[in-house]
Structure formats: C-alpha cells, structure tokens
Design a protein around this ligand. Sequence first.
Ligand code: SF4
Ligand code: SF4
Length: 80
Amino acid sequence: MSNIKKTITDKKIKQKKYAEVDRSTCVACGCCVKVCPKDATSVYRGLYASVDVDKCIGCGLCSRECPASVIEILKAGVEA
Ligand code: SF4
Ligand code: SF4
C-alpha cells in the first residue's frame, strides 16, 4: 500500500502547450504547415489541418500565421 502511494506522489505533472485547429472553419491553406518548426501540422486530404500533439511545442507560430484564425494554443497537464 505504501509503495503504491509513493509511486503516485512521485509522478510530476507539468503544463504542456499545444495547438488545436477548429476543423470546421479551417480553409486548408497549409500556412500552418509551412511555418511549424517541429513538423507537427499537416493538412488531411486537402480538407483541414491537424496537429500532432506529441510533436507540437506550443510556440504559437501557426496560430499567428493562420489567415482564418482557427488555431488556438491550449494548455494541458501531462506527466513529466
Ligand atoms: S493556416 Fe489555418 S486555415 Fe490554413 S490550413 Fe492551417 S489551420 Fe487551416
Ligand atoms: S504551436 Fe508551434 S510547434 Fe505547435 S503546431 Fe503550431 S507552429 Fe507547430
């Protein structure tokens, strides 16, 4: 029992920032793909952009460049 408690308290939670695309209003222009330094964005079948959250560092470049303003930078708690 005490071992289980220790394992739980040893886990550290840190904040991770990441980009999220509103697919319903994305115009699939590809600007976010061109500016992403981590190759985290892609345009799915010419329909909408999606973000690989594992690669994304939340820098916000895509959000600033998006002509349709459909990318939001969010924060989530993840295990460190
Ligand atoms: S820059 Fe904006 S509108 Fe263009 S593909 Fe990316 S999310 Fe969609
Ligand atoms: S926030 Fe930065 S790393 Fe993440 S998808 Fe946008 S440009 Fe790429």
